[in-house]
Ligand binder design. Structure first.
Ligand code: PMP
Length: 393
């Protein structure tokens, strides 16, 4: 037999390239910060979720190094076999207290947290009711669960009620992102909770882009709406505002213990590494002490968003520091991003299939680490490129 069993790979990769869907990844030669270095060139960074500048914060780096000295680097094995380290317990306790929940379970990533929580709570014969723009990890967690998946129109409470009214089988679980990462809009969580109560459904919110950003001192979406104790499960990630890596599942003691006992990524995959855990703990402590960086983030977001709108750009539906600068045509948006890069700004274009056809945009991720001077430079550059491409007058 000399048939090339891998013969499908090259044509498929070529097809991705032709369709403009091939992912070319830039290499950073230093840390994530307000500025980054790529190919020897310094660029203003609008691509990272490092909302508070924690990714290279000196206090957080030190906490990770100190923890390595005390515990080493790796957790040894899965927690149910090798035991758990004090640092994991500390993070779970302090994070729970910060978020105002009874308990937290720390896992390896936000993606993993969704794969832990969803298939634990629902299975074959049950129903998931999911916002159409929910994150891929919610979609994959839902598929893994083998529950029936019903999708409602984005943030549309009539559509959600329509689904809830229909003949649904088994346990019902409504899932929504808290802050949607492509548009920066916020889920109407109080209405979701009300409908869940009315129709007897569990509620779960993925707060990946809300943690460290919304709520008092960045306590997240549940705090933002003052819904403490009313949302059954909160999913968090440490890879965005907290600047590190890891995920958590938060809620009542009862539900967190249940997920701990049932979930496969928790049972069969090793714990978060020591430096990640200790660094996240330090990030939570900094936030618990002061909301100053969160205020700075919002100040920067308001400044940039007002400035870019004054130039004549549309920033879509954003209610958060995620700033989509709407371009429309995918090719224009790609060209915009290239010209920004040449002028010293790292900001990616987002097009189909991440957003609808004709809704391509430059997604600007604002950070507390950006200075006024950085944002002024960005506004000048957006004005220049926008005029060159005839997108603004
Ligand atoms: N949920 C949402 C809503 C996200 O935006 C992301 C990250 N893109 C994740 C989960 C995954 O988080 P992590 O990077 O920690 O795996």
């Amino acid at each position: 037999m000399n048939k090339d069993v891998l013969g499908f790979i090259n044509p498929e990769l070529e097809e991705l390239e032709q369709k403009g869907l091939y992912k070319h990844i830039r290499t950073l030669e230093g840390p994530q910060g307000a500025w980054v270095e790529i190919d020897g060139k310094k660029l203003l960074n609008f691509c990272s979720n490092n909302y508070l500048g924690f990714a290279a914060d000196e206090r957080i780096k030190k906490a990770a190094k100190d923890a390595i000295d005390r515990y080493g680097v790796g957790p040894g094995a899965v927690r149910t076999i090798a035991g758990t380290m004090t640092v994991h317990k500390q993070l779970e306790e302090e994070l729970a207290s910060f978020k105002g929940v009874e308990a937290c379970l720390v896992v390896q990533s936000g993606f993993s947290a969704n794969l832990c929580a969803i298939p634990s709570l629902v299975g074959k014969g049950d129903t998931i009711i999911s916002d159409e723009l929910n994150h891929a990890s919610i979609i994959d967690g839902s598929r893994l669960s083998r529950a029936d998946i019903k999708v409602y129109a984005h943030n549309d409470m009539d559509s959600l009620e329509q689904v809830l009214k229909s003949d649904l089988q088994g346990r019902k679980l409504i899932i929504s992102d808290g802050v949607f990462s492509m548009d920066g809009d916020i889920a109407p969580l109080p209405d979701i909770v009300e409908l869940a109560d009315k129709y007897g459904a569990m509620t779960m919110v993925d707060d990946a882009h809300g943690e460290g950003v919304v709520g008092r001192s960045g306590r997240g979406i549940v705090d933002h709406f003052d819904l403490h104790g009313q949302v059954d499960v909160e999913i968090g990630t440490f890879s965005k505002a907290l600047g590190v890596m890891g995920g958590c599942i938060a809620g009542s003691e009862r539900i967190v213990e249940y997920i701990k006992q049932k979930s496969r990524p928790f049972t069969f995959s090793s714990a978060l590494t020591v430096p990640d855990t200790a660094a996240t703990l330090e990030a939570v402590r900094i936030l618990a002490e002061s909301g100053q960086l969160v205020e700075q983030l919002w100040d920067n977001a308001r400044y940039f968003q007002e400035g870019v709108r004054k130039l004549g750009f549309d920033t879509g539906k954003t209610e958060t520091p995620i700033t989509p600068v709407m371009i429309g045509d995918a090719k224009d948006s790609l060209e915009f991003s290239k010209r920004l890069f040449d002028a010293g700004i790292f900001a990616t274009t987002i097009g189909f299939p991440l957003v609808a056809h004709g809704a391509a945009r430059i997604r600007v991720m604002i950070s507390a680490a950006h200075s006024r001077k950085d944002l002024d430079f960005a506004l000048e550059t957006f004005a220049k490129v926008g005029r060159e491409l005839d997108l603004i007058s």
